[in-house]
Design a protein around this ligand. Structure first.
Ligand SMILES: [Zn+2]
Length: 424
């Protein structure tokens, strides 16, 4: 099998080459597209992303050649916020919400996250891996090559560790890359409702040390919301996580303005996620502390809300905006980054170019991997996708369509779909 790979005849090679930091302001619209570009891959790394003739002169017998057929070639999507390991589905609650029940009413009846926690506790490690492999493939076929993956449906030491071990096994056994995040503070489990301090203690003094010792997570996250965890509790958990060397991410201001953006800024978190209710003061705090906002329009859409985060204000404030799916069984059951691009453009008035940067380069930086993934540049991991369209804007413009026809991770084929030979 040839060591090298050349991808030629790309209508647009969308490289995202540029400054080695999160893109802000007008930089979000600069995709560094090479018309009639080509890619040369050696092993698992990109060697050249350039004009066709620069790549063609390197092609020899030890090189596999892929003709992209005048299609778009770009880096794999990096999805910086997902909850991809869980058992059970919540299609019944979806039906109840369609019939008028609210998310909070369903939660009060013991549904919502608590039903997923029950099912996930009852599943074995191997059950969870098998269930989640189905979702791995969904990410890949949408053109996503790296996801951040949170625990948070176990809420006991053993069940949280089980989920993080499932994530580790999925990273080893599937072509998708996973960045693990510990979310033991996703909710106060039912059995601790009357003694919440005991649960906070458990997270800080028992779960976090085990997660850190076994190197099962790179980040720690807290679901910081008025009726879930208080400011003081979130502060304690995140500070303890930082002492264990974990990076910080925060679910912030999703349902109410609870000061999540401010907290993320004060703790120098890598990201503040959701931000549907964040105000101008919160945006300014994120800017001062260099926290990247992770916007999750899929959950706004799926909950039937109109309250999308203020993406334009955040771009104007100079934040390194990120888009992600929030894939989870309750509020955002989609693994599709193209769907998120569509929502970003139609509901949050981002341009297709801004949305693309927020789905590749900026999330890579938010995960501490800006030097490895997120763009097609020399030395980076060969995670790239051929999309069955001629112009990158079609990815956001056509919605409900999966365009990814060939997906490569680390220079190896990870997913392919039959499409007609050449474009009309
Ligand atoms: Zn989430």
């Amino acid at each position: 099998m040839p060591e090298n790979l050349a991808v030629i005849n790309c209508s647009q090679l969308v490289t995202l080459a540029g400054p080695r930091r999160p893109r802000v302001g007008a930089e979000l619209r600069q995709l560094s597209i090479i018309e009639d570009g080509a890619l040369f891959v050696r092993g698992d790394r990109i060697e050249i992303a350039d004009r066709r003739r620069e790549v063609e002169r390197l092609i020899n017998d030890d090189c596999e050649v892929i003709d992209a057929g005048r299609r778009v070639v770009m880096p794999g999507f990096v999805d910086a916020h997902t909850h991809p390991v869980f058992a059970g589905l919540r299609a019944n609650e979806f039906e109840q919400r369609a019939s008028g029940a609210t998310y909070r009413e369903i939660a009060a009846r013991g549904g919502g996250i608590r039903s997923t926690v029950r099912a996930t506790r009852n599943a074995s490690l191997s059950d969870l891996v098998e269930i989640s492999k189905r979702y791995s493939e969904w990410f890949l076929r949408g053109g996503t090559t790296t996801i951040e993956a949170k625990s948070g449906y176990g809420l006991t030491i053993e069940d949280e560790l089980k989920i993080l071990r499932a994530i580790k096994q999925l990273a080893e056994e599937t072509p998708l890359s996973y960045v693990p995040t510990f979310l033991g503070a996703h909710d106060i489990p039912s059995e601790y409702r009357s003694r919440r301090a005991t649960y906070i203690n458990l997270v800080i003094n028992e779960m976090l040390p085990r997660v850190a010792t076994e190197k099962l997570a790179e980040y720690c996250d807290v679901f910081f919301e008025a009726d879930v965890f208080t400011t003081e509790e979130a502060w304690q958990i995140l500070s303890a996580a930082r002492c264990h060397g974990l990076g910080l991410r925060v679910h912030a201001d999703q349902l109410t303005l609870s000061g999540g953006a401010k907290l993320a800024a004060e703790l120098n978190a890598a990201t503040a996620d959701h931000l549907e209710h964040t105000d101008a003061a919160g945006i300014a705090a994120l800017k001062t502390a260099n926290v990247q906002p992770v916007l999750l329009p899929g959950s706004v859409y799926a909950l039937g809300s109109q309250q999308y985060p203020a993406a334009r204000e955040m771009i104007e404030a100079g934040l390194g905006v990120v888009l992600a799916t929030d894939f989870n069984p309750g509020s955002s059951p989609t693994p599709s980054m193209p769907m998120i691009l569509s929502l970003a453009c139609t509901q949050m008035k981002m341009t297709p170019a801004e949305a693309l940067t927020a789905a590749t380069m900026n999330p890579a930086y938010s995960l501490g991997r800006g030097d490895q993934i997120g763009s097609l540049e020399r030395g980076k991991r060969a995670d790239f996708v051929i999309h069955d369209c001629e112009d990158y804007r079609e990815l956001a413009y056509f919605f409900g369509v999966e365009h990814a026809s060939l997906v490569y991770t680390s220079g190896k084929p990870a997913f392919s779909r039959n499409v007609s030979e050449a474009r009309p």
